[in-house]
Design a protein around this ligand. Structure first.
Ligand code: PRP
Length: 180
């Protein structure tokens, strides 16, 4: 295990099992339709890469990048689009893919941004949800795991840009995140 990690919260095999179930559910619900999967950079890329490969319906891929937290671990509430969608979403079945929903501010903003462009449908798939941290109500249509308010990294999630490559969802050691 990486020395900065306190413990594994969700092991890679649990994630893979859950991703397969989510993929099957999404594929069933979108039967006969094409999905425009929108990954929210950067945290969603590992989850998105796994999810895409278990979908059996046609999928087109796009990305959007926003700034929210920066290097800090608390939400400023300020969301700014750094990279917008390449594809026109009007009339498309958009599936927004997030690694984690925390306060909900990012998702609320992105949902409004995308819905304003009149997609045929708009759904959200998130690997992790921290419901105790919510400050604005948001809808998550497909969820991997609801977790307690712990500082998690790995499987795409970072702290100050690091640990995204860890294969499990892990709790970061407190002294590491406090810079001791
Ligand atoms: C994370 C996550 C969501 C957002 C959720 O992104 O990917 O986009 O924070 O937090 P919220 O519900 O409080 O808005 P982050 O800013 O860490 O960027 P990253 O995906 O590049 O790591």
């Amino acid at each position: 295990m990486h020395p900065d990690i306190e413990r594994v919260l969700i092991a890679r095999y649990e994630i893979q099992d859950r991703v397969k179930i989510l993929g099957a559910e999404i594929s069933k619900n979108y039967s006969g339709r094409e999905i425009l999967a929108v990954g929210v950079l950067k945290g969603s890329v590992v989850f998105l890469a796994d999810l895409l490969r278990v979908l059996t319906v046609p999928v087109e891929l796009d990305f959007i990048a926003v700034s929210s937290y920066g290097a800090s671990s608390t939400s400023s509430g300020v969301v700014r689009i750094i990279k917008d969608l390449d594809r026109v979403v009007t009339g498309r079945e958009v599936l927004l893919v997030e690694d984690i929903v925390d306060t909900g501010l990012t998702l609320k903003y992105l949902a409004e941004h995308i819905r304003a462009q009149k997609p045929a449908g708009f759904k959200v798939c998130a690997l992790l949800d921290k419901p105790s941290r919510r400050s604005v109500p948001v809808e998550i249509n497909y969820l991997g795991f609801a977790i307690e308010d712990e500082f998690v990294v790995g499987y795409g999630l970072d702290y100050a840009g690091r640990y995204r490559n860890l294969p499990d969802v892990c709790v970061l050691r407190r002294d590491v995140r406090e810079g001791k």
